[in-house]
Design a protein around this ligand. Structure first.
Ligand SMILES: O=C(O)CCC(=O)C(=O)O
Length: 222
C-alpha cells in the first residue's frame, strides 16, 4: 500500500499517481495516514458533482438485517459503477496507482453530500467481526483495508474529517483527500482509525470515498 511501498522515501512530498503527481501535505505513521493535495482537478470535481445530481439517496449503515438508515449518518449519497464515465475511470485508475492496489480491489466510488447539520459520527470503515452484519459485508472482497476520502466541495463552516483517537481534525480543501490504512503493523484491524465527518455548520460538503478491499470486489456473474 502507499505508505509502505518501496521507493517512497521518508519525507517525499510528491508521489506518482499515474496521470498526475499528487502532493503529500501531512503524513502520520500509526495509523498510516496521509493528507494529499492535487488529487482532483476542478474540472473533475465539477463533472463528478454533476454525475451525482438527481441520483442521491439517504446514506445507509451496515446493520443486523443488512443496510439501513441511521441517525449516526445524516448525509445522502450515491455511487458510480466502475468505469461508468471517462472521469470516473480516470479517477479510479489514479486512486489504484496511488494506493498501489489492483483496480478490482476498490469498491465503486461512493459520493456523499452533507447539507447544513449533516454529519457522519465516528465509526470504523472496517467490519468488526463481533458485530452483526460483518460476515455478510465481507463475503465479497473480504475486509476493507484502506480508505481514501476525496473532497469535491468543502463546507463554509464545519464538516471537518475528524479522527477522535488521534486528536486530529482535518479541514480539507476541494481537490485534496485523506488516505488511511485500517490494519496496524501487527495486521490487526486498527481502532485508531476511528473517524467521522463533523457537523456542517454552514454551506455544503461533498466527498467521494474509495474503500479498498483485501481481494477483488467483484460480484460473481448470476
Ligand atoms: O465526511 C467525512 O469527512 C468522513 C466520511 C467517512 O467517514 C467515510 O466516508 O467513511
Amino acid at each position: 500500500m502507499l505508505l509502505s511501498a518501496e521507493g517512497h522515501a521518508p519525507g517525499l512530498k510528491r508521489v506518482n499517481a499515474g496521470d498526475r503527481e499528487v502532493e503529500v501535505l501531512l503524513s502520520i505513521a500509526n495509523p498510516r495516514l496521509l493528507l494529499i493535495g492535487d488529487l482532483l482537478s476542478e474540472q473533475e470535481r465539477v463533472i463528478l458533482l454533476g454525475l451525482s445530481m438527481g441520483k442521491l439517496r439517504p446514506s445507509l449503515v451496515v446493520g443486523a438485517e443488512g443496510h439501513e438508515t441511521h441517525a449516526t449518518r445524516t448525509s445522502e449519497g450515491t455511487h458510480f459503477d466502475r468505469g461508468s464515465h471517462p472521469v470516473v475511470s480516470r479517477v479510479e485508475n489514479r486512486v489504484a496507482t496511488l494506493i498501489g492496489c489492483p483496480l478490482t480491489h476498490i469498491e465503486p466510488l461512493q459520493v456523499l453530500h452533507y447539507r447544513e447539520g449533516g454529519e457522519y459520527r465516528p465509526h470504523f470503515d472496517w467490519f468488526d467481526a463481533a458485530l452483526p452484519g460483518a460476515e455478510r459485508a465481507t463475503e465479497i472482497g473480504g475486509q476493507r483495508i484502506a480508505t481514501l476520502i476525496m473532497y469535491l466541495a468543502s463546507a463554509e463552516d464545519g464538516g471537518a474529517t475528524i479522527f477522535p483517537s488521534l486528536g486530529l481534525e482535518l479541514n480539507i480543501r476541494p481537490g485534496q483527500g485523506v488516505y488511511f490504512e485500517n490494519k496496524n503493523s501487527k495486521g490487526e484491524m486498527d481502532r485508531l482509525t476511528l473517524h467521522g465527518g463533523s457537523p456542517v455548520r454552514s454551506g455544503e460538503k461533498w466527498i467521494a470515498t474509495a474503500w479498498v478491499r483485501e481481494r477483488p470486489y467483484v460480484r460473481p456473474a448470476a
